[in-house]
Design a protein around this ligand. Structure first.
Ligand SMILES: Nc1ncnc2c1ncn2[C@@H]1O[C@H](COP(=O)(O)OP(=O)(O)OP(=O)(O)O)[C@@H](O)[C@H]1O
Ligand SMILES: [Mg+2]
Length: 408
C-alpha cells in the first residue's frame, strides 16, 4: 500500500505501536496521541490479530462497480455507503461475500479521527450483535470502511420510512434484545466501551432481523480506575443523548442506557425521538410519552397502532417498564444493560406462547379461580384491550440486585 497522507502539518513523531502477541484490546488513547502521524503500516501492525483486510482504492472500486449509484445504500455524517461484492476478482483467494463500503466525504464534518476510531474499536471488538468490520482503505486522503452487508438496512428505515411494511411486535422485541446484548457486551468487555451514539439509524438488521450496532466513530473507552465518568465534548444525536451528559459532558455507560430507553420507546410507539411535524408538546418523545409508560390504559394510547392485536398488554407493560427505568433522570438509578437483557429476553418466549390465544380461552374454563382466569386471559390478548396493569413482577428490580459480572 502506498504511504498515507495523515496530517502532515504536524511533526511526524512516531509512537511505538506494540504488536500484540496475546490479544489485548488497544484503547483509542493507546495511539490517539499519534493519530496524525501513525502510518498505515503501524496501524495494521497494531491491529494484528483482528484479521482486518487492508484494501486498495482500486479494489474497492471494483467491488462497488466504481461506487455506482445503483449500489448506493444511504448516506450519513461520515459519507455515502455503497453495496459491493468482495470476491476473488477483487482479491485472490478471499471468501466471496457482499459488503457495505462507507466512503469518507472529504467535504464533510467527519474525518480521519472518526475513521480511525471506527477501525480501532470495531476492528478489535467481535460480537454477534456488532456489525463486523471486514477491512478498511487508507490511501492518500481517502478513508473507507468495509463492513459485512446487512441485508435489511437500518432500524430507522423500518420504523419511520413510509412505504416500508410496519415491523411486527415479535420482531421489535427481537431487535430490542439483540441491540441490548450488543450494548451489554460493550459495557462489560474487559476494557469497557461507551458507545455514545445509540439510535435507530445505527442499529442495522441482517436478513433474519438480527440487530447489530454499527458506527463506532463516537465511541469512547469507559472510565478507568477510580474514575466515575469520562469528560468529553458533548456529541451524539438530539433526542437520544442523556440529559446529564448534555448538561455536564460527563459520560458513563448509563448515558448509553438512556439512549437505549429512547429506542425502546420508538419501538413501542413507532414515533421518532424528535419529530418536528407533531404538535409542540409531542415533539420530544421522552418528554411526551414517558408518563404513559406506567399505566396499561395510558400505554395503549401511545402504542404503535400498526401493531394492534399483535402483543399482549402484560408483555408490552413489561417492556414499557424497562424503557421507563432506562429513562430515569438520575443515571445511577438506571439499570445496567445486562439487567435490561435479563428483563427483555424471557419476554420473547412468553410472547411466542401467545401465538395461539384460543387455546388459552378454552383452557380458561378449567381454571378454578375465575379471577385468575380473567387475568390470564386479559393478560394474553391485547385485542381485548384489558386495562389491567398491576400484578407483574418487575424483572429489572429483581435483576439489578444481582451482582452482574463486569458490572460497574
Ligand atoms: N453494513 C451495512 N449494510 C447495509 N447497509 C448499511 C450498512 N452500513 C450502513 N448502511 C446503510 O447506509 C445508511 C447510512 O449509514 P450511516 O451509518 O453512514 O449513516 P446514518 O446512521 O444514517 O447517520 P449517522 O451519520 O448519524 O450515523 C444506513 O441508513 C443504512 O441504510
Ligand atoms: Mg450510522
Amino acid at each position: 500500500m502506498i504511504s498515507c497522507c495523515f496530517n502532515t502539518q504536524e511533526k511526524p513523531e512516531k509512537k511505538a505501536v506494540t504488536t500484540k502477541s496475546s490479544f489485548r484490546r488497544l484503547s483509542f488513547s493507546d495511539i490517539s496521541n499519534s493519530t496524525s502521524s501513525i502510518s498505515p503500516e503501524d496501524l495494521s501492525l497494531s491491529l494484528v490479530g483482528s484479521n482486518l483486510y487492508v484494501f486498495t482504492l482500486p479494489e474497492l472500486k471494483l467491488a462497488t462497480q466504481s461506487f455506482s449509484t445503483s449500489n448506493f445504500l444511504g448516506e450519513g455524517g461520515f459519507g455515502p455507503v455503497f453495496k459491493g461484492i468482495i470476491d476473488d476478482k477483487v482479491r485472490p483467494r478471499i471468501k466471496a461475500q457482499p459488503v457495505a463500503v462507507k466512503v469518507l466525504d472529504l467535504d464533510g464534518t467527519q474525518g480521519h479521527k472518526e475513521w480511525l476510531t471506527e477501525v480501532i474499536f470495531l476492528g478489535q471488538l467481535r460480537h454477534p450483535n456488532l456489525v463486523k468490520l471486514i477491512g478498511y482503505c487508507c490511501e492518500d486522503e481517502h478513508r473507507l470502511l468495509v463492513y459485512e452487508f446487512m441485508a435489511r438496512g437500518s432500524l430507522e428505515n423500518h420504523l419511520f420510512k413510509r412505504f416500508i411494511v410496519s415491523l411486527p411486535w415479535p420482531t421489535r422485541l427481537k431487535i430490542a434484545v439483540g441491540a441490548a446484548k450488543g450494548l451489554a457486551f460493550l459495557h462489560e468487555t474487559e476494557k469497557p466501551v461507551i458507545y455514545r451514539d445509540f439510535k435507530a439509524s445505527n442499529i442495522l438488521l441482517d436478513s433474519e432481523y438480527k440487530a447489530k450496532l454499527s458506527d463506532f466513530g463516537l465511541a469512547k473507552d469507559g472510565p478507568e480506575g477510580d474514575e466515575t465518568h469520562v469528560s468529553t465534548r458533548v456529541m451524539g444525536t438530539q433526542g437520544y443523548a442523556a440529559p446529564e451528559y448534555i448538561m455536564t459532558g460527563h459520560l458513563t455507560a448509563k448515558s448509553d442506557v438512556y439512549s437505549f430507553g429512547v429506542v425502546l420507546m420508538e419501538l413501542l410507539t413507532g414515533r421518532k425521538s424528535v419529530d418536528k411535524t407533531r404538535p409542540a408538546k409531542e415533539q420530544n418523545l421522552v418528554e411526551f410519552a414517558r408518563p404513559y409508560l406506567k399505566d396499561a390504559r395510558k400505554l395503549a394510547r401511545i402504542m404503535d397502532p400498526t401493531m394492534e392485536g399483535q402483543y399482549s398488554t402484560k408483555i408490552a407493560m413489561k417492556v414499557a417498564s424497562v424503557a421507563y427505568q432506562c429513562l430515569t433522570q438520575n443515571p445511577k438509578s438506571r439499570p445496567q444493560m445486562s439487567d435490561v437483557v435479563d428483563a427483555l429476553e424471557p419476554l420473547q418466549d412468553l410472547e411466542d406462547m401467545n401465538i395461539e390465544p384460543f387455546v388459552y380461552s378454552a383452557a380458561m374454563h378449567e381454571l378454578d379461580d375465575q379471577e385468575s382466569a380473567k387475568e390470564h386471559y386479559h393478560g394474553h390478548i391485547h385485542k381485548l384491550r384489558s386495562p389491567k396493569s398491576a400484578g407483574f413482577s418487575d424483572g429489572l428490580n429483581r435483576n439489578s440486585q444481582r451482582n452482574h459480572k463486569g458490572g460497574k
